[in-house]
Design a protein around this ligand. Sequence first.
Ligand SMILES: N[C@@H](CCC(=O)N[C@@H](CS)C(=O)NCC(=O)O)C(=O)O
Length: 228
Amino acid sequence: MLVVHHLENSRSQRVLWLLEELGVEYEMKRYGRDKQTSLAPPELKEVHPLGKAPVIVDNEVTVAESGAIIEYLVHAYDDGTLHPPEGTPEWRSYTYWLHYAEGTFMPLMIISLILNRIETSPMPFFVKPIARGIAGKVRASYLDANIKSNLDFLEQTLGQSKWFCGDRFTAADVQMSFALEAAEVRTDLTAGYPHLARFLKTVRARPAYEAALNRGGHYELMGTTSNS
Ligand SMILES: N[C@@H](CCC(=O)N[C@@H](CS)C(=O)NCC(=O)O)C(=O)O
């Protein structure tokens, strides 16, 4: 039996969703975050040395890292419904989005989360303006413009086709969903990014997405403020 090690309010929700889309039976082991730090509990390190979610164990095989898990599951269980034929332009775009989500987009969300923690952490009053000033400079000189150019790029992509790899839903959309869910916590997508807002509305209406939520339990991203 395939086991998904699922951390509450985290990226592993999309692995549950993919398995529901694939119709594969699985067992779920759910972990709670530390109430103070939001970090995963130490038991996850018994499954994989980094102790992050998601991790899956399929018989003898342990796979970590969302993109690698998605590739593994699609290779093992998809009959061609959730991935484009290899070697096609859609395939190239599929592999691009699988890597882009965690390689380019999510680091921006994590930087934003860290800056937010610096800005809001308790500290002596005389240090506060210095800490806030540094965080504000990083946002103004690097982060805000990069987040904007990425969101503009994603909006343009979804303005040209319904899904990330054309008019067909693929596992790359599952991978990209978490990035956009993290983005919507800090940016009102409905105001400036109608195609991104439409994408999230459409995925949330999928029966498999709903089934995964029922299976995974309460799911709420504080995104750039308290989950990583
Ligand atoms: N790039 C990795 C990121 C893994 C990751 O950072 N997972 C977060 C959950 S969203 C986590 O485990 N956070 C808890 C912690 O860092 O202790 C992936 O996509 O699997």
